[in-house]
Design a protein around this ligand. Structure first.
Ligand code: KIV
Length: 277
């Protein structure tokens, strides 16, 4: 049976941890589905991870739809009968320019891709109104609070909610998202006690990244875990050095073909960290 958004709440109620990984195409989706994750997120971090942008802001709705369709094909190839939940990020400015445009953008995700839910960032009054419209239109919505990369020019990539006032604000916003009808909440780069407190107080699952081990579930950018990106966020250490390993084995193949130019370094020289999530 395909997993549905409401199944995540049942998992939380049963005390089962929830896992979510990002995918950006058929290949990565097949890999993470093969690993057995509960949910696959076509995150707008793909703007940085695979499209080479400096932030998540430039990625368009058309590009997200294109990548989400590809990820869906990857899931169908390996998990046709029991696919993980496929969720697609709504990109910057696809849901901030009026409720009609926002519902239409989210509707395109459900009509034109195999995703069954969208994720969007923040809990401003306009965003809450948009979520309410989406949910009443039959579109499941996942919220995202804490470090919200679409607000990078206001928040930076710093840890969020470090003082009691901003922690109380975040708690209120999380509750507002639940009341607006979100089926789950991603919480990014906030103090561990805040995230575990939210997990305990909310009915909907809280899925953390850089938010400690006390959440109902965990999400990671797959390219970070595999060590494929040149710079990892500090809160998402790689499980393997995939990029260096790939350069090494491919370099060996290149050298086996005959005399070659000197190999290039696997990673760029150190520069200020710009995590993509
Ligand atoms: O875009 C993304 O990959 C995300 C995850 C970090 C949750 O939003």
């Amino acid at each position: 049976m395909p997993l549905r958004p409401a199944d995540l709440t049942r998992r939380k109620q049963a005390g089962l941890p929830i896992t979510m990984l990002t995918a950006w195409d058929a290949l990565s989706a097949a890999v993470v589905a093969g690993a057995g994750v509960d949910a696959v997120l076509v995150g707008d971090s793909l703007a940085m991870v695979v499209l080479g942008h400096a932030t998540t802001l430039p990625v368009t709705l058309e590009e997200m739809l294109h990548h989400c369709r590809a990820a869906g094909r990857g899931l169908a190839a390996v998990a046709a009968h029991d696919p993980p939940l496929l969720i697609c990020d709504l990109p910057f400015l696809s849901y901030q320019c009026g409720a009609d445009a926002a519902v239409a953008a989210a509707g395109r995700v459900l009509k034109e891709t195999p995703a069954v839910a969208v994720k969007l960032e923040g809990a401003e009054p306009e965003t809450l109104a948009v979520i309410d419209r989406m949910v009443r239109s039959g579109i499941p919505v996942m919220g995202h609070l804490g470090l919200t990369p679409q607000s990078v020019h206001q928040l930076g990539y710093r840890r969020q909610a470090s003082d009691p006032v901003s922690q109380e604000r975040l708690r209120r916003r999380a509750l507002a998202l639940q009341e607006a009808g979100c089926f789950a909440l991603v919480i990014e780069h906030v103090p561990e006690e805040l995230a575990s407190g939210l997990s305990a107080s909310l009915v909907i699952p809280v899925i953390g990244i850089g938010a400690g081990d006390g959440c109902d579930g965990q999400v990671r950018v797959t390219a970070d875990l595999l060590g494929l990106t040149s710079r990892q966020p500090p809160f998402s250490p790689p499980l393997m050095q995939g990029r260096a390993l790939a350069v090494e084995v491919l370099g060996r193949w290149v050298r086996e073909q005959g005399p070659a130019a000197a190999p290039r370094p696997a990673t760029r020289p150190a520069s200020p960290a710009a995590p993509h999530c």
